[in-house]
Design a protein around this ligand. Sequence first.
Ligand SMILES: C[S@@+](CC[C@H](N)C(=O)[O-])C[C@H]1O[C@@H](n2cnc3c(N)ncnc32)[C@H](O)[C@@H]1O
Length: 231
Amino acid sequence: MEEEDEIAEVDRSIRTYVLRAGRMTDSQRRALEELGPRLCLNVEPGRELDLAAAFGNGGPVVAEIGFGMGQATWRIAADNPATNYLGFEVHTPGVGKLLAELGERGIENVRIVHRDAVEVFERCLPPSSLAGIHVFYPDPWPKKRHHKRRLIRPGLAELLASRLASGGYLYFVTDIEGYASWALEVLGRTAGLRNRYADYAPRQEWRPETKFEARASRDGRGAWELLFEKA
Ligand SMILES: C[S@@+](CC[C@H](N)C(=O)[O-])C[C@H]1O[C@@H](n2cnc3c(N)ncnc32)[C@H](O)[C@@H]1O
């Protein structure tokens, strides 16, 4: 019963992150100044994002929520040049770092939204507009009183699902077992989503390892993966 209460829908406006102060390197700052105007999207809450215009083509768009320093983002984008990647991150040094990588490597199929993904999903992304959503190592909010901040929670899971096109996927990875079982339950209950596997998914070999993952495996923690799709 307690678990039932805990997993109940909570106010969407409760933020999934706390902004950390972070020092920027010179190269991150330079990348923000030089590449930010072209590759960071200018979004205004309430104005619908025109994804085809943002990428300059009508190809499929995969969103990544909370890309951190963007290690997985640029690698996946470089491996899949026909797919457009829309990365969301609130932490400014991470945005600078990903921009620097994109610039150095000449990767053209990534655009960045330097804002709260929840707000932009809700107020700017059209329904059924995404071919996929990546959530890699989200903030786990392990304390019970903080579970209401989790990105995968009732209410937000429905919002994410609503932005997926039919056949689109939601790929979630965490090294925190308690978050994994919670997300399995929340996504399992989300209307319109179905699990591609019986429970956890096998590691998707195309997903590169990030710093979080390397540290987790060094510390002896595993990774739990979930792969759901929109019916
Ligand atoms: C634990 S880090 C993981 C980073 C990266 N995915 C990785 O695997 O290394 C989670 C990131 O999600 C970002 N984040 C959390 N909620 C967010 C939101 N609503 N919109 C944008 N970014 C968010 C945080 O700023 C943080 O950088």
